[in-house]
Each structure stands twice: as structure tokens, then as C-alpha cells.
Design a binder for this molecule. Sequence first.
Ligand code: AMP
Length: 270
Amino acid sequence: MKILLNNNDLNEALNKVSNLGFVPTMGSLHEGHISLIRKSKKKAKKTIVSIFINPKQFNNKKDFERYPKNHQKDLSILKNLNVNYLYLPKTNQIYDSIRVKKIQIRKKDKILCAKYRKGHFEGVLDVMDRLTKKIRPKFIFMGTKDYQQLHLVKNFVEKRHRCKIVPCKTIRNSNQLALSSRNLLLSKRGKFKAEKLTKNLIKFKKKLKTIKDIKKAIIIKKKELSQSYDIDIEYLELRNKKNLKLTNKTQHSKLFIAFYLDKIRLIDNI
Ligand code: AMP
């Protein structure tokens, strides 16, 4: 595996590579990331993984500072997977040019996480645009775990670059909890609660098919979960999975949740 640190390294290594799969990450790799890498290795000739904790997408300084870092473990995972390239840029390598036109999220997209994490997706789109311009991949592999991110990046990046975003399914642990680097910050009890809550939501999503007043059922469920797990739920919403509009129909829908547990913000969609 070649480790690339800057633009020169990138240009030298990727100059003649035309069928490149790219897996952008913020490190602390787990089976979710690994599934993306495996998909890339199947679909593309060569695979590049980036590890970059993008300061611009953190709307909360504390969240940025405590984001988990596991450099040595990440390196050994990537080597074992026989990844071709690891891109490990410093912040000044990524932000080496000034953006003339500021990236803005459309008003209709200011829902779910965009409503609660001001500037977050602007930061995500900015870094994804910069990474794609530098790496010029044919495919970018992203998880449906971060569904709204996938939706926004797909619309933004595919319009600007000649590459295709490939959605990859959410990997969960044996207790249904979606894998996330942030799970490492949870206490044992916190993780247990998150697992129970996820199982509860999966059941509820199935049950919704039989319920007439879906809107009311979701309001009641939100209250019930907040009280029984003693958590702060930012949103619990049923939305159409194509256009992310609010819906009262379970067909083609996803149930989206964001909540705080042990002061850690977790998201999922079912
Ligand atoms: P992150 O390192 O959290 O920025 O995630 C990097 C990529 O891995 C994103 O495309 C995520 O959606 C994806 N990802 C994170 N967790 C999972 C998971 N549990 N299953 C599948 N993909 C995931």
C-alpha cells in the first residue's frame, strides 16, 4: 500500500490510473468502512482510501477534538485488505485554494441533520468536491448509514465531476446497532441503550405498515423513546427515500433518527 501525503504524491501515483475506486473516511475504521472498501475492490481496478477528519464539517469544536483517532489500527486494517493507496492529507493540503463561490445548501434541503448541524453539509460538500478534484476517481463508495450525506453528495459531486457515487448498505453489529466510529465514545451502558433503542425502532418501522395515523404514532414513539431511554431526540421522521420529503406512507420510506446519548450524537435510518 502506497501512502500519499500531498498533491505531488497523488499526481505521481494516480497519473495513469483510470479505473479508480475511492472510499473517503475519517478513520477509526470498522466493518462499515471495510464493506465499502471490499465493494470498491470488486468494482474498480484500484482502490484509494482517504483518512481526513475534516474540521470544516464540525459545527461543534468539542465534537471535532474528541473525534476518535486510531491511526495504527487503521493502517494495519488497510494493509491487510490490500488497499492500493491511502491518502492522508494535512488540512492545508486540502484547503490549498480559495473557493470563489461559497457552497450553499438549498432551503428545501435544510432538513434532518442540515437543520440541526449548521454548516455541516456545506463543509462535507466542500471537502468532497476538493477530494474528488484531486483524486479523480471513477467511483466513490459511500454508506447509506449517512443517508442525507449520501443524497446531497450524490447530487452535488456527480454534477461537477465525471464520477459515480455508489451507495453501500449499513453494516450493523449483532444487536442491530449501526456501526459508527462515534460508538467508541459511548459507555458500556450507553451502547446497550443504543442497541435496545435500535431494535425498538426496527420493530416500530415494521408495525407502522399497519397503523392508520402514522404522524401521531411517530409523535408518541418519540416521546416514549425519550422517556424510557432518557435521551434527547433531535428528530424522528418518516421520509420518502428518493426525495427525502416528509411522508405518511411507509412505502419507499425511511425512518430517520438523530439523538444524543452520553453527550454523543448518533444517527440512523431504518
Ligand atoms: P466516516 O468515517 O464516518 O466519515 O464514514 C466514511 C464512510 O463510511 C461514509 O460513506 C459512511 O456513510 C460510511 N459508513 C459509516 N458507517 C457505516 C456503516 N455502519 N455501514 C456502512 N457504511 C458506513
